[in-house]
Every structure is written in C-alpha cells, then in structure tokens.
Design a protein around this ligand. Structure first.
Ligand code: ADP
Ligand code: MG
Ligand code: MG
Length: 210
C-alpha cells in the first residue's frame, strides 16, 4: 500500500498536534539537560508549518515535505531547527516526481533524513540525540516491510523501537548538543530530541493507520 499526498498531509497535521500537546513536557526535558526550549522551538516551527500548508497543499508531495523543512529551518532556532529542517528537505528529494510513496520510498526518505542529521550534526547513535530514536525506528520499519507487513504495522514497530531508543538515552552520556556540557550528570535524563522524533514516528503510524 502506497502513501498518498493526503496521508502525508495527515502525518504533518498529526505531528503538529503532538508537538502542541507535549511541548511543555519536551521543554521540561530540555530544562533538565539543555536550555529548556525544545518544546517551544518545535511548537513555534510546527505552527509556522501549519500556516504554510494551505499555500502548498495542491503541489507535489516533494514540494510539501520540502516546505516543512524550509519552514522549520527558518522558524526553529537552536540545534534542532537546522537538523529537523534539513532532514525534511533531504527526505523531500527522495519523493521528487512521485505521486505516491511506496514502502521503499518511505524508507529512503527516512534514510535521507538520518544521513542529513548525521552529517549536519556530526553525530552518530549512542550520543544521546534524536538519532537514538530515528535510527532504530528505521531499522524496525525496514525489517517489518521485508517481513511483508503493511506500512501502518511497520510504523507501529518503528514507534516501539523509537520509544525504546528514548529509554536508552536515559542511560547514556550526552556527547553532542548542549547536554554534553553536563557530562556524566546527563545520565538519568531522557533526550528531548529523541522524544520529539518518537512523536514524529507516532504521527506517521497514526497517519498510516487512518
Ligand atoms: P538547542 O539545544 O540548541 O536549544 P533544542 O533544545 O531545540 O536545541 O534541541 C535539542 C535536541 O537536539 C537534543 O535533545 C538532541 O536530540 C538534538 N541535537 C543536538 N545536537 C545534535 C547533534 N549534533 N546531532 C543530532 N542531534 C542533536
Ligand atoms: Mg534547547
Ligand atoms: Mg536553545
């Protein structure tokens, strides 16, 4: 089953809702190991995205996803804005010319997002960042698709893996982002960026189920 433009728009809408609902909790997580603005940043960015959507919803999936990225880049400050923004922009390139997204197209988009975060953030898994949620999520998604599961079921597996990744960030030392200044004192706290990424995967799951 392929994902349509309506599915992509629903995904963006679901992500906006989740960021809005959880922005205080995301900010509280960032208060503990950063500067206490992750939820504020993401919420400001997604509100700007939702304002832009009506002007691009008749365009292609690639145009829509790229607009999300460009808007996040320009409206979200800090580390997460450019990382999230560029990830969406790079993902959009994989959707170019496609009216629908196959399960493999979706995997390539997530892969492009990961490569973008790794490159721009000079980061890898095990550093207490958003990568600790999105990398296991992609692995689980790919395995589920290879096993013949639907995109919705694959995203359900991906979401489980993402939340496990969030749990994993609690036990490790941050070596990237502001949390690295805390060193060992970052242990015991869950990473805000990994948490928002898990809401992103959850949004994809909910959109795929609809
Ligand atoms: P800032 O730290 O600039 O205030 P945010 O609070 O919005 O930005 O985002 C912090 C999140 O960004 C962290 O929880 C982490 O997941 C992610 N992050 C920070 N630096 C990096 C990096 N180099 N690579 C990947 N993710 C990062
Ligand atoms: Mg912050
Ligand atoms: Mg900040």
């Amino acid at each position: 089953m392929a994902a349509t433009k309506a599915d992509v728009l629903r995904f963006i809408d679901e992500f906006d809702k989740r960021i809005e609902e959880h922005h205080q909790a995301l900010t509280d997580l960032d208060q503990a190991i950063g500067d206490g603005d992750h939820g504020i940043n993401m919420n400001r960015g997604m509100k700007a995205v939702m304002e832009k959507i009506p002007s691009v919803q008749d365009k292609t999936i690639a145009d829509i996803v790229k607009t999300v990225g460009m808007t996040l880049m320009s409206k979200v400050g800090g580390a997460s804005g450019p990382l999230y923004g560029m990830a969406f922009v790079k993902a959009s390139a994989k959707a170019k010319g496609k009216e629908e997204l196959s399960p493999e197209d979706i995997s390539e988009m997530i892969g492009a997002a990961i490569a973008s975060i790794e490159k721009a953030g000079k980061s890898t898994t095990g550093e207490k960042t958003m990568l600790d949620a999105i990398c296991p999520a992609k692995e689980a998604y790919d395995k589920a698709i290879a096993d013949g599961k639907s995109v919705a079921d694959a995203f359900a597996d991906a979401e489980d893996a993402a939340w496990k990744g969030v749990e994993y960030t609690k036990g490790i030392i941050a070596t990237k982002g502001r949390a690295r200044y805390l060193g060992e004192r970052s242990i015991g706290h869950q990473d805000p960026g990994a948490t928002s990424i898990s809401y992103l995967i959850q949004s994809a799951r909910v959109a795929a189920e609809a």
